[in-house]
Ligand binder design. Structure first.
Ligand SMILES: NC(=O)c1ccc[n+]([C@@H]2O[C@H](COP(=O)([O-])OP(=O)(O)OC[C@H]3O[C@@H](n4cnc5c(N)ncnc54)[C@H](OP(=O)(O)O)[C@@H]3O)[C@@H](O)[C@H]2O)c1
Length: 272
């Protein structure tokens, strides 16, 4: 067994933070992405064996999303392959209040692996590293929200919990709902970014159909845009309008605020 840790989604928003933290502790990391030295592709199960070989511990960020209907069969096959390969521990990135994601979690929970499940709320970093960056830069962010506030989470907090769960036995068998410390509507979040960055940017609620059109205009594949627009509207229907204490339970500290995220993001080059 290698002392390396497999990070699936290593170049993504959460994975790269997990990698940075592990490497800062002098730990070896095997990157699991389609472009890694040992390529890992969720759509090509024949690539999994080489990535898993010799690994005891893995961080798993599924792409595109555990709520995609095909994810269940893929995660089932992956868990089986991981058990056969001798993996001992998995930290699964999931999401809050999503039945299809929870069906995928169940596969991990009922496996022979030691597991920790992370259920973060909407990422603050969607605004500077993800799908809403284009909106900020163009002056208008839009989403099919219900008007309900969201407990936006900072990915530095999510990565801190992920690393603790990868390295510390105390997190085995725990499900952590990780949110920020406060509820902010989309308008309030975008206003905060406008204020911090000095940009003229506003927020507009749109229908799922309009959102689908925006996704396609931004280059999102047509066949997946309708599903994503519906999924985003479902996620934003108000069911997540509460904070949770996953970070506090896991690490004994308070989560980072949206204002702090925005200030740090701007100071390190975002939205310029
Ligand atoms: N955005 C949110 O607010 C939010 C909230 C809660 C949960 N989540 C969950 O977060 C997860 C995404 O994590 P993330 O945001 O850290 O990732 P991300 O920024 O979307 O990056 C995707 C990562 O996965 C890799 N990847 C893409 N397609 C792949 C494939 N077919 N096979 C193997 N690797 C692939 C990418 O690298 P390559 O392209 O090089 O392969 C990259 O490393 C999703 O499961 C989503 O449900 C998101």
């Amino acid at each position: 067994m290698s002392s390396e840790i497999l990070v699936i989604g290593a170049s993504g928003k959460t994975g790269k933070r997990v990698v940075q933290r592990l490497e800062a502790r002098g730990l070896g990391v095997r990157h699991g992405t389609r472009r890694s030295q040992i390529p890992f592709d969720w759509e090509k199960p024949e690539t999994w064996q080489a990535s898993l070989a010799g690994m005891r511990t893995a961080y798993v960020a599924y792409s595109p999303d555990l709520a995609v209907p095909s994810a269940h069969a893929v995660i089932a096959a992956f868990v089986e392959k991981a058990e056969q390969a001798g993996l001992r521990r998995v930290v699964l990135l999931s999401e809050r209040n999503e039945a299809r994601a929870q069906a995928c979690e169940k596969l991990v929970i009922e496996s022979s692996l030691e597991w920790t499940i992370l259920r973060p709320s909407w990422f603050m970093q969607n605004f500077n590293e993800g799908g809403f960056l284009d909106g900020v830069m163009s002056g208008e962010v839009s989403a099919p929200d219900s008007g309900a506030p969201e407990p936006w989470v900072d990915l530095d907090d999510v990565a801190d919990v992920a690393v603790a769960a990868l390295l510390d036995d105390n997190h085995i068998g725990k499900i952590y709902e990780i949110t920020g410390p406060e509820l902010l509507t989309w308008s309030e979040a975008v206003d905060c970014i406008a204020e911090v960055s000095g940009r003229e940017v506003s927020y507009r609620t749109v229908t799922p159909q309009e959102f689908e059109g925006t996704l396609i205009a931004e280059g999102f594949p047509k066949d997946g845009a309708s599903f994503v627009a519906t999924l985003v509207a479902e996620i934003l229907d108000g069911k997540n309008a509460s904070t949770s204490d996953g970070l506090q339970r896991a690490l004994g500290r308070e989560p980072r605020s949206f204002a702090r995220f925005a200030a740090d993001a701007y100071a390190t080059g975002s939205w310029k």
